[in-house]
Design a protein around this ligand. Structure first.
Ligand SMILES: NC(=O)c1ccc[n+]([C@@H]2O[C@H](COP(=O)([O-])OP(=O)(O)OC[C@H]3O[C@@H](n4cnc5c(N)ncnc54)[C@H](OP(=O)(O)O)[C@@H]3O)[C@@H](O)[C@H]2O)c1
Length: 315
């Protein structure tokens, strides 16, 4: 099987490349060549730029499936589909759970209503990212029909997750002591391990499955994430809830309580077709090890220990 991964050197893309190779596929990756660490030598690296419409590297070649991880606006997917035509086989578009309307109750599945599509937005924000992904999904479905597969991940973490979002809390648990938490400890999470997303994507390609699939991890809570990291690091934590408005907006993994239903979506459809469920403890252990191996660089988000101590002193 031959697979072309658009964005194979990124965080999730890398996991897909590794899973595909482990399952005997031949893999090519298309990107600007800026992100991530070097890909395994057996991966064919194709260089181009979706921002400038440079797809020359894709003008020849044939694949059984294309996995699109770098499509964010309709022009991205439209240009890629124009260049690839019928040479790409199945088109797997990696979308997002952000396509769904906000404030849904717990337990919704792939049939939940999506947000209004947005065909273009120069800047991707919380308000434009999801609607732009909706429009991309529509274009891929219209062009590829039964050969289109849509994967909608929730928040992903795992080795290689340099976004820092989950890592802030994992490191915070590992440090131990009093932890300032700007939400309730029972705030729900469904972090998915990047390797589970990868397994799902490669299995969907192998089985030639069409349709949309939520790639959602096991139910947990923010307190569990912190406590698991503490336990793995042989320390303990004392979680101290603080007001959400005491920290900067868009604080890692913090959402208003009205949106908690978005962290209790149903992964049943994807699990039924083979998506594994890596336990949170395994994911956290592997993230901690990966972070240690790369030398625990400073994160550009969250609170510094000094800022946290100040907030805790006010409690
Ligand atoms: N991470 C999550 O929690 C999460 C959750 C839901 C959905 N998703 C979706 O999953 C996909 C991958 O996410 P990720 O976290 O793995 O992102 P990432 O690490 O930032 O990877 C993005 C990939 O796209 C490539 N890329 C970026 N700009 C490009 C351009 N102009 N031309 C060609 N290639 C370009 C990057 O390589 P170069 O920089 O080398 O070009 C990289 O391979 C995205 O579509 C995202 O919406 C992610």
């Amino acid at each position: 099987m031959q697979i072309l991964v658009l964005g194979g050197n990124g965080f999730v893309g890398r996991a897909i490349v590794e899973d595909a190779l482990a399952h005997g596929a031949e893999v090519a990756s298309f990107s600007r060549g800026k992100s991530g660490s070097p890909l395994p030598a057996e991966v064919t690296e194709l260089v181009g730029d979706r921002e400038t419409g440079d797809y020359d590297a894709l003008r020849t070649g044939e694949w059984d499936a294309v996995v699109d991880l770098s499509g964010f606006r309709t022009r991205d997917v439209d240009q890629a589909m124009d260049v690839l035509g019928d040479r790409g086989g199945r088109y797997v578009f990696v979308s997002s759970h952000a396509v769904y309307v906000r404030d849904l109750p717990a337990g919704t599945d792939e049939n939940a209503p999506r947000r209004e599509p947005m065909r273009d937005a120069e800047v991707l924000t919380n308000d434009t990212y999801g609607p732009c992904k909706v429009a991309c999904e529509d274009d891929v479905l219209e062009r590829y029909g039964d050969r289109a597969t849509i994967v909608r991940p929730g928040r992903v973490t795992g080795p290689g997750d340099s976004s820092g979002t989950a890592l802030y809390w994992i490191r915070r648990g590992a440090r131990g002591g009093r932890v300032a938490l700007p939400t309730k400890p029972e705030a729900p999470l469904q972090l998915i391990d990047s390797r589970d997303v990868a397994r799902l994507v490669v299995q969907l390609i192998t089985d030639e499955r069409a349709g949309a699939f939520n790639a959602i991890g096991p139910d947990s809570t923010i307190a569990e994430l912190i406590e698991v990291a503490a336990d793995l690091s042989h320390t303990t934590v004392d979680i101290v809830p603080i007001p959400l408005d005491a920290v900067p907006p868009r604080f890692p993994l913090m959402d208003p309580e009205a949106e908690w239903g978005e962290r209790r979506r149903s992964p049943a459809k994807a699990r039924a077709v083979g998506m594994p469920v890596t336990p949170l403890r395994t994911t956290v252990a592997d993230v901690l090890q990966w972070d240690l191996d790369r030398g625990t660089p400073e994160l550009s988000l969250g609170l510094t220990p000094e800022q946290e101590a100040q907030l805790l002193a006010q409690q």
